[in-house]
Design a protein around this ligand. Sequence first.
Ligand code: NAD
Length: 304
Amino acid sequence: MESATIAFLGLGHMGLPMAKNLVAAGYDVRAFDVVQAAVDAASDAGIPTAVSSLEAIRGASVVLTMFPGGQQLLDAYRGVDGPGLLSSAGPDTLFLDCSTINVDDAREAARLALEAGHRSIDAPVSGGVVGAEAGTLTFMIGALAADLESVRPLLEVMGGKLVHCGEHGAGQAAKVCNNMILGVSMIAASEAFVLGEKLGLTHQALYDVVSTASGQCWAVTTNCPVPGPVPASPANRDYQPGFAGALMAKDLGLAVNAIQSTGVAAELGPLAARIYERFRDEGGAGRDFSGIITDIRDRSEGAD
Ligand code: NAD
């Protein structure tokens, strides 16, 4: 697949290092972003750039997108003030979207791509900017098996783990479900640590119990919301992300949309979404999502 020509669209925090890794692995990449500064940064990083998305996709066998959300993706596919990507790409192009978007938007994007005679994969990632730089992202993949096989080597350049979750939309479905568990469990862990403080427990004592008992979870053992027990957790560096509160609020919003469109009787997911929206709006947007514990602590002041 090193012979693949990749149009790489969306050169933000994640896209830039991902594109850089593809170039380093010998892929023929042509990159573009609607923000000129992002194109300049890519050029400075040695990534060949194009002057428009339509120039980037000319002759490309793969169109990889790394956009903020589903609206940008659907607009780009359809075209807003001119021809879109789908009508401009050569026949049987593989549209590989790595953005995190609504499950329904991912299914619509795939439907549009197939209708236009192309192939489609949704492959959102986890691992953040650190994983994008190191090429160790986890890809959650919604695709036909043959389509996945055709881009597996390319994904392995950017990722350490590929999980084929099912057909179109399944990658996004797995991502929202996982992040809903993460958001809810971080709130639960943070409430428990603040309750422990009020009850006179040290952080270390509570950690030593929870990390080996039935409350064990990633929110405690890897991203512990209090400083000390897990030296690498963002709590030890004043909650610098890590995984920013704005992104957690966004992902829980996607989970709520999926809950509404499926009619699942979920209560904690929507509640967690509201809690992270407030965190985001009250100064937590750029802080690690585990900083939610400082909110809980502030709201608990004077309660004892
Ligand atoms: P970002 O906002 O830094 O980058 C998105 C880029 O897409 C921007 O530079 C924007 O100008 C560009 N863009 C928008 N529309 C475009 C178009 N039509 N053509 C070309 N470029 C266009 O976002 P990010 O942090 O890089 O995240 C990208 C995606 O990955 C998001 O969906 C996010 O939810 C997801 N994600 C991010 C992280 C993270 O830690 N940052 C982790 C996992 C998943």
